[in-house]
Design a protein around this ligand. Sequence first.
Ligand SMILES: [Zn+2]
Length: 327
Amino acid sequence: MSSDLYNKLVVYYESVYFSGKHKLEKDLQRIMSEKKCSREEAVKILYREVFGEETRKEQKPRDLEEALAELKEAKKSYSSFVKMSFLVLFVFFALSALSFNFGAALVVWFIALITIVIMGIISKTRTIEWNYSEIMILDVEILDLKEYAERTIVKFQQETLEACKYSLKENSLTVTVTPTTIISKVVTDQYGSRQVSEEVDLGTLTIKADFEKEQGVTKVRLTYSAEVKVEYADYAAAAYEKTIVGFKTALKETAFEMKPKKVVVIDFAKVLEKLKKSGVILKAVKCPVCGAPVKLPEKGDTVKCPYCGSTLKAIDVYKLLSKILNI
Ligand SMILES: [Zn+2]
């Protein structure tokens, strides 16, 4: 049960944080030390914080996949309408053939045909609206939103090869894509019946990202909205998913790239301090070139071998010692 909750937390954290599992472990540690509880209890507490009470699970908002599945369903109900229409037509046709009053049956059949054709045209050109929103947390405070937005767009276009339009207003970035796809279908005309490829328009997908700076993190509220012909809803769902995932990846990767990198300076003072802590007294190291003993200085980050003149770097000495002494 608890590992089940833990796995759900992992999925959630991986989807909203760049280093999701690491952040999850940190949060669990925090709860364990705050509430002085076991790890198992910490998982339960965190689960409630994230998803609310388990009993309210039914009210949990649909996730992106479920939302896209709804879009695909729209196409399915359209297809079953087409199938049903053919069935109705066939039944009418059979009835009219069996009927003694052939003329009257033909009229009924003809009316049914016209109705179905009209309804078919209406439902084929009908468009449906789709929308979904979610929150993503980037574990970095983005200071220059303009630079961030521009770099995200470049990355997004490189990765998805999708042309897009975008605009940035204050803390809100809006991206519009108009995906298309090639479908093949059978066309019958005076030259006979053959397969043709056709480029179809998959509507317009608008992604709006609202950024909110918080201490150490940036909260992004993502809203997706689209309108597409029912006929192509399933193709659209697949294309939207690819675009949304690509956009989210670009957001995460750009944030990671713009995160200030920690700079650690290793000098001899630090090396000696580490050694002191681990109880090792080190008088000299062997020169890697001539093998003579080189006395470690108390400061600076390089030292010259007094015998051959080679330069030893504090960072190399540190790396070597950390391997041997495990410090
Ligand atoms: Zn030397």
